[in-house]
Design a binder for this molecule. Sequence first.
Ligand code: AMP
Length: 112
Amino acid sequence: MEKTVFEKIIANELPATKVFENERLIAIKDIAPAAPVHILIITKKRIPSIQKMETDDLPLLQEVAKVAQNLAKENGVEECYRLLTNCGTDAGQTIFHLHFHLIGGRPLGPMA
Ligand code: AMP
């Protein structure tokens, strides 16, 4: 199976601005930011989407939340940010490797 863009970034085969990394997660700046702060928190394990997570994977969500809290604080957006994952093409998912968008740095308004 061909590597996802994120697997290539994790393997240092593609450049990215890394802002966090541990054994299980990596966080990078989004290449096409939707706001002044737009960070992707990516599982190193290739999981196609949140819908495909197995029970054993679920502790990753706790870690994603903690990393998001820390990155929000480091980027000064802890009072106003959005943390989301797109699941499925019709929801806007384009890379089928689990990741969470941390978006902030401007007033975000309602989702719609
Ligand atoms: P999604 O549409 O939810 O699957 O999100 C994929 C995100 O990855 C988009 O916001 C893209 O801008 C971003 N993206 C795609 N390629 C790269 C890359 N090489 N480096 C950083 N972000 C990327």
